[in-house]
Design a protein around this ligand. Sequence first.
Ligand SMILES: [Zn+2]
Ligand SMILES: [Zn+2]
Length: 437
Amino acid sequence: MTTSATTPPAAPAAPAGRAGSPTRPPQSRGRRPLTDEERKQRFEARLAATRNEHSTRLALAIAKRLTDDGAVLCPKCGKGAPRGKFKIHADGGWKHFSSTGCSGDAVAVLQAAGISTGDAVRVLNGLPTRTPIEVPEDAAALAQAFVGVKSVVDTNVFNAVLHYGRNTGGVELAKEFYGTWHISPEAVQESGAVVIADPKQFEQGLIAKFGVERLIACGLFTTNSKGEPFCLVSKRFPVVEPHRHPVTGDVLYMQFRASHEQYERYLAHKRGEREYKGSEKIISLRGAPTEAQIGTGLHVLGARNPDGTYVVPDEAEVTIVEGFKDTLAGRTAGLHTYGLPGTGVRPPAEVCKLLSRFTTVKVAMDGDEAGNNARDELVEYLREHQVRAEPMAMPKDLDLTDVLVGWHASGHWTGTPCGCPTCTKFRTDHPDRFRNS
Ligand SMILES: [Zn+2]
Ligand SMILES: [Zn+2]
């Protein structure tokens, strides 16, 4: 076996008309220290190579600013930017549409994460860095999720998830899970939520039935940077929260809620004791089209009696809340709730049409600043779509689930203050509410 030695490339001939310039030394194959000018040129070239959308997405993933939702934690102000409020341009420049008006580029994202400019440029060019930089396993998948690569709405697969859950005791497990917050079993049953007890077996069953390709195409599975498929439903995120079609009840979209154990990681992150990565509270189907994210509880509001009349009459008051858990908490409290998956999500036009038959639609979002702003914007949007929407004041820093727990913790609901761990913790966290009780 002979390895033919590669012929060293001939030194380029000096271009005609430049006879006066000094002759360059022939290109050496060994390492010759670069001149300052060459170093500068190389840096400029590498910097220029970071000026595109892909680099900025990758930078956001490396800086751990991308959530599993494909949403962004702004690298500058640190706030969560819901879908549509964080834009990346073709030249890699990004802008956070907020009152602070944050903006930057790919390198700025990494600089904000404490990475030197040189290393930022190197890692984005796929080169070794001076200081080790951890590139997340699923950086490519996260970056892609933000790109907005759309997955398909595969109701057969999605319905099969609930079907599997129902056949493996998942409804009972879900009742137990949400019962932690005093959510009623009836509300859980009605919603279709299930807990997947054995995610490994579930994953294998799905692959056998549908094949990996189809599971990835609908966003239920994704691939890590090595190209290996993994299922979003896992031991960490075993709780399936479906968005269902108002008439057929088919599952159009799903989110997966953290187990109690994973929720502790989320709380640790909120206390500043953990970095963001791996601290999610909820993850969502990858790349699902916005039209599919219709919200929760619609199959109840859209249900009809055998004679064609609606089960929930037009005169009923509908309450719009944020998130699946609050949809259930509201149902437990006897409200007709419709849940949006996040503060930045707008109900599609067809959902507005469905809501427009109700005489009163109250918009109750979390009682924090983000919630208040989102609420006012949503009210405006709904009114433009002929929904009789009104803002509803929520207690400061409490969501509907907190209110429900608060009723139990105070004894308002049953007459005796509840001694369960959730209520005990609630009393500790909100001492001002229990001073005189
Ligand atoms: Zn910002
Ligand atoms: Zn309790």
